[in-house]
Design a protein around this ligand. Structure first.
Ligand code: NAP
Length: 338
């Protein structure tokens, strides 16, 4: 039986990855942090299963900003594979809390790499990097060769961590890779992400709610995929013979406007957009009621409008491709929300 350690097991991706690895017969160790409210909702079903919890799934307390317990846990669990997913994951918020974002996303990744270096058995290491390393790139789609020009504290931190992973691979011979992942969503997405906000609002309005959905830039485009498919790519990257950073993307851009239309349509509501920029609104085609408004409050300080990844290298190297794309993601999320 292989042993895996997941940082961020309580997050969207960590919870799907834990299910995936348990399904493959792994012993799974997860790192959780202390909070004033017990926060395990995404893995509660695994914790409640007496065949799994305490037998093949083990949770350990540690915070990313605290290297000593991390070292202890890694030494004790002696994982074959580490999936490092933990960290502040919200781009917009990283402007408000840049220092803790840098500590959690950049410095903590370096600390874990340092710990790995000293372990008697070198684990394979996956780092959850992000398309935000590219900033506002000149080329579209972006590939593994696109230069890093991050434009927010989150992207800067991920860029540092991604480069460090490469350094440890080249200088210390660690099997360490970064998945440069584009946005991937699911019903387990955090409450303050735009896709979750859209589907939640569409479901509420479909059930008779009257509170309009307030969004930022409707022209912003993202490469939206489906999270459970991305955790499979993480695993495949660690099974590959050669350690290699890969872009994980659908290759299809989808605007916030289009995602919103698809989510509402899945809830049985057709939205007609009118106006431009900050004065654009979306009306319920049937009733004429305003159900979508735009507010400058939700515009990013610096927005990357052309982020779309080239999935070809991942297909060639590990045979992975995203199957659920853009509008299909919106429909899946909406159904789960309803
Ligand atoms: P998420 O839902 O926000 O989960 C983040 C996880 O990190 C949670 O388990 C959280 O614990 C944990 N965490 C945060 N700060 C921590 C700290 N100081 N100490 C210990 N644990 C901490 O994020 P996700 O969507 O699953 O994404 C996983 C990773 O992939 C993240 O690194 C993210 O930046 C990266 N990524 C995600 C996407 C995407 O579209 N989802 C795209 C590119 C890259 P709590 O549950 O206690 O908060």
């Amino acid at each position: 039986m292989k042993t895996a350690l997941i940082t961020g097991i309580t997050g969207q991706d960590g919870s799907y990855l834990a299910e995936f690895l348990l399904g493959k017969g792994y012993e799974v160790h997860g790192i959780v942090r202390r909070a004033s409210m017990f926060n395990r909702s995404r893995i509660e079903h695994l914790r409640a299963d007496p065949e799994i919890y305490g037998k093949r799934l083990f949770l350990h307390y540690a915070d990313l900003q605290d290297a000593t317990p991390l070292r202890r846990i890694l030494q004790k669990s002696a994982p074959d594979e580490i999936y490092h997913l933990a960290g502040q994951s919200h781009v917009g918020l990283s402007f408000d809390i840049p220092e803790s974002t840098v500590h959690e996303v950049a410095t903590a990744t370096l600390s874990i790499l340092e710990i790995c270096r000293d372990l008697p058995k070198l684990p394979r290491f996956y780092h959850a990097s992000s398309s935000e390393v590219f900033g506002s790139p000149d080329d579209s789609p972006q590939t593994e060769r696109t230069p890093y020009r991050p434009e927010n504290p989150y992207g800067c931190s991920k860029a540092f961590a991604t480069q460090m992973v490469r350094v440890y691979r080249k200088a210390h011979g660690l099997f360490a890779v970064s998945g440069i992942a584009y946005n991937h969503e699911s019903s387990r997405r955090g409450e303050n992400f735009v896709t979750k906000k859209i589907v939640r609002s569409a479901a509420e309005i479909a059930k008779g709610g009257s509170q309009p959905l307030v969004l930022g830039n409707l022209d912003s485009e993202r490469d939206w995929g489906f999270a459970p498919e991305y955790v499979e790519a993480m695993w495949l990257m660690l099974q590959h013979e050669v350690p290699q950073d890969l872009v994980l993307a659908t290759g299809s851009p989808c605007s916030v406007r289009s995602f919103t239309k698809d989510a509402f349509a899945a809830a049985g509501i057709q939205v007609a957009f009118e106006g431009e920029g900050e004065s654009e609104i979306g009306r319920n085609e049937l009733t004429g009621e305003t159900i979508v408004r735009v507010s400058p409050e939700f515009f990013r300080k610096i927005d990357t409008t052309r982020l779309v990844g080239d999935p070809q290298a991942a297909l060639n190297a590990i045979g992975w491709r995203a199957r659920t794309i853009g509008g299909d993601v919106a429909r899946k999320m909406l159904l789960a929300e309803m």
